[in-house]
Design a protein around this ligand. Sequence first.
Ligand code: GDP
Length: 321
Amino acid sequence: MDALLREFEERKMRALARAISWAESGRGAELIRQVYARAGRAMTIGLTGPPGVGKSTLSAAIVRKARSVGKTVGVISVDPSSPFSHGALLGDRIRLTEHFVDPDVFIRSMASRGHLGGVAGATADAVLLMDAFGIDVVLIETVGVGQSEIEIAELAQTTLVALQPGSGDSVQVLKAGIMEIADIFVVNKADHPMANQMRREIRSMMEMLHFTGWVPELVMTQALSGEGIDELWAAIAAHVAYLNETGEIEEKRREAFIHQVKQLALGELQHKLDRELERRADIGLDPYAAAERVLLEFGMHGHERYEHARPNRARATVKGL
Ligand code: GDP
């Protein structure tokens, strides 16, 4: 532990790699306690979107851009639905290969063998460790647009949602509640014949909405050729500036912190509850009585009424409703 911490402080990449492995396997608590105070400097970017839209090509282009302005970069690839541990996914991330030899680019795919908070928890730890290590830009790439991908992308300060022209994605955008999480829409494959139509669809969808704060930007890119990446980088910078100027950054940090604490505590409770239920054989009781008895065991009284948590503030409402 001491040796690892020393190497971490000396900014040895292999110490960062080991630290993340520890976190993944549920042994990261002590380390994170030691380095936590140093986190909070990194710019964090989430990237989500359907398979094939060009996320890994976009990631490579964003890394290239960040490197060209002298930033160190960490890339975290996450596939919440994949049963494979890291390595398997990394094999697919061929498009990042040009950055493999760059010592200022750290690329990692995530697994969650034994992390209390699952893959989201392991990813949150990895972001924190990269940040504390001193990496300037952390990019979190997730494979899909399901609930857990959204949750993971939201670990970041700025969330990019990549959309595929000609795929009907724009309808999905509203359906899946993605409008709520996108800080920037990226219509990739701008060279596609349907790209402009998609841009129009998203624009008219946004016109139906009233945004209470940041109004999502829409950027057209061609990740393969690098076209539009400067504009995307500028949009990210504009969002970061907005967060800082309005103080929303603090709110975001607070929300992320509470979320992480909740995941850890829930994981612990879940374990405890599972053990307790295995041990007991109160099957004869009715389920309410059995639940009450278990909670009493934990020092909680049944029938306590809790105030419901404040619902999240809506980011956008439909005009005229
Ligand atoms: P991911 O599954 O979202 O990570 O998508 P990939 O980055 O693997 O890209 C899927 C395919 O789209 C690859 O064949 C890329 O070469 C291609 N692609 C990525 N960006 C563009 C683009 O801007 N234009 C075109 N025409 N193809 C692209």
